[in-house]
Design a protein around this ligand. Structure first.
Ligand SMILES: Cc1cc2nc3c(=O)[nH]c(=O)nc-3n(C[C@H](O)[C@H](O)[C@H](O)COP(=O)(O)OP(=O)(O)OC[C@H]3O[C@@H](n4cnc5c(N)ncnc54)[C@H](O)[C@@H]3O)c2cc1C
Length: 481
């Protein structure tokens, strides 16, 4: 029996990347995971009909391909194949219309008619500079950016709202494009920062595409676990850690949990000021998610949607803005904005021959137990008549269920905290190093730290570096966030 130098609680992507970073620095690392399989928001399972494999949480991975944390992990060597559709995402509108975003900025601009010039004006320079801008935002947000002027310009635009950005467009298509990408934030489209999401996600679509993982997102986690195991790290599943004092002795504890769980796990030992800050931490809306096994592909009225893995379903800017405002005011929209993915467009391995899987979620108030299946299906049916006839099986997960499957999704908030202006920078509290807690040797590595939600692993890198610095161990061979 060896004693671990570091214990990581939670085997989500951030927990595993933190474990890997610590193991690479020579530490003996043990990971404890509550669920029966590792992966957290990056798992795949047969949720509906045998032979149909669904991503339980994350499905689409532009952040992973853009992330410095994954740049030095040889996923391909572990058999991970990223499949990138020619159309990153599409947004259908009534009357069989759709706006589609693929690799080429000029092509999208040309398809937008009267809004083409505005689109090119915003996205041509952004896509050209995205490699210089991204590192400043995919990290701790505490280091001086390598390209400060470009990062500052992007940050300033980010303070604007999606509504401000939509004013630059005059067609229904151009404005819908802004709404569909801004709504990923779960913010009202009138909130500061909601304008940064269209810029970020559309730039990522042009620069990297929006890929899925062949066979399902779990393959990424299998690769992380395999790499960790090679370095002597261990992952124990089925182990819910309720209190920090039940952990075996180690020099470092890294927690892939959110502030509310940290407070519970610490059992009153958190210093008062830090505890107060953690209690003030705000969670965002939840999600209600549905997975379907289908007998064939969804026949969207707009041809362009049939080539896209991701489809933003919700109609016009005004409709999506109204729905997201409802959710943020504690109401369930009748016509919700739905994020839909159809991975079989590029990955036939997810279903038996001819079959397709479909994945969708809509936003709901935090803590909701309302089943939104009917309303989500009605929205899809609106743009793809006959959709319901394809359904062989379905599985629904309300916001309350989300938290039952993963305690880090408090109230069904899949981003581990609201994306407000304050919390995007000062996540989880106002402090210089966001990964260090006020407890000696205890660090947070979840999406409740910068840069926030998504499968990018950078919260894990940040926490591991803070821990290594405190242990006097520099020189971990992964990027400093
Ligand atoms: C429905 C849905 C769709 C999403 N879609 C995308 C997408 O397409 N692309 C994308 O980039 N991101 C997506 N995300 C977000 C992404 O999955 C998360 O942001 C990401 O997984 C966060 O990683 P993490 O390691 O911080 O936390 P998590 O992945 O949540 O992992 C935390 C882990 O810690 C474990 N844990 C928590 N408490 C304890 C405890 N006390 N003891 C032991 N173990 C514990 C949990 O069981 C879990 O395994 C989606 C999430 C959901 C739910």
């Amino acid at each position: 029996m060896r004693q671990a130098d570091a214990v990581v609680v939670g085997a989500g992507p951030n927990g595993l990347v933190a474990a890997l970073t610590l193991a690479r620095a020579g530490l003996a690392v043990d990971v404890y995971e509550a669920a029966d399989v590792p992966g957290g928001g990056c798992r795949t399972a047969e949720l509906t009909v045998p032979g149909f494999r669904h991503d339980i949480c994350s499905a689409v991975h532009p952040l992973l391909v853009a992330s410095p944390a994954f740049a030095d992990i040889d996923l391909a060597a572990h058999g991970v194949r990223l499949l990138t559709p020619s159309t990153a995402f599409a947004h259908p509108l009534d009357g069989g219309r759709a706006v589609c975003v693929g690799h080429d900025v000029d092509e999208v601009a040309a398809s937008l008619g009267a809004d083409g010039a505005a689109y090119a004006r915003i996205f041509s320079p952004l896509v050209r500079d995205v490699d210089k801008i991204l590192p400043a935002f995919l990290g701790s947000m505490r280091t001086v950016p390598a390209h400060p002027l470009k990062a500052a310009a992007f940050g300033l635009h980010g303070l604007s709202t999606a509504q401000d950005m939509a004013r630059k467009f005059h067609t229904e298509e151009g404005r819908a494009l802004v709404a569909g990408t801004a709504a990923h934030s779960m913010l009202p489209l009138t909130a500061p920062l909601s304008g940064v999401f269209p810029r970020l996600f559309i730039a990522l679509a042009h620069r990297f595409g929006w890929p899925v993982v062949e066979g399902g997102s779990a393959a990424v986690v299998d690769a992380l676990v395999a790499e960790l195991t090679t370095l002597g790290g261990r992952v124990e599943t089925g182990r819910l850690v309720k209190r920090l004092n039940e952990l075996p002795p180690s020099r470092t504890i890294v927690l892939d949990v959110t502030p509310r769980q940290l407070l519970e796990m610490a059992g009153g030992t958190v210093p008062r000021r830090y505890g107060r800050a953690l209690r003030r931490y705000r969670y965002g809306p939840g999600v209600c998610k549905v997975d379907w096994a289908l007998s064939g592909p969804v026949l969207w009225s707009a041809e362009g949607c049939r080539q896209a893995v991701t489809v933003h379903v919700g109609g016009t800017f005004a409709e999506i803005a109204r729905g997201e405002a409802d959710v943020n005011a504690g109401r369930h929209p009748d016509h919700p904005y739905c994020l839909v993915t159809q991975p079989c467009i590029v990955d036939p391995t997810r279903a038996p021959a001819g079959g397709h899987t479909l994945w969708a979620y809509c936003h709901v108030p935090n803590g909701s137990d309302v089943d939104m299946t009917e309303r989500i299906e009605a929205q899809i049916e609106r743009f793809a008549p006959g959709f319901r006839d394809l359904v062989l099986g379905r599985s629904t997960c309300t916001a309350v269920d989300e938290e039952m499957h993963n305690p880090s999704y408090v109230g069904g908030d899949i981003n581990a905290g609201a994306a407000t202006l304050r919390q995007m920078v000062f996540r989880p509290a106002v402090q210089w190093n966001p990964y260090r807690t006020a407890l000696d040797g205890v660090y947070l590595c979840s999406a409740a730290t910068p840069p926030g939600g998504g499968v990018h692993g950078m919260c894990g890198v940040g926490a591991a570096h803070a821990a290594l610095r405190d242990l006097g161990r520099h020189g971990a061979d992964s990027p400093e966030p």
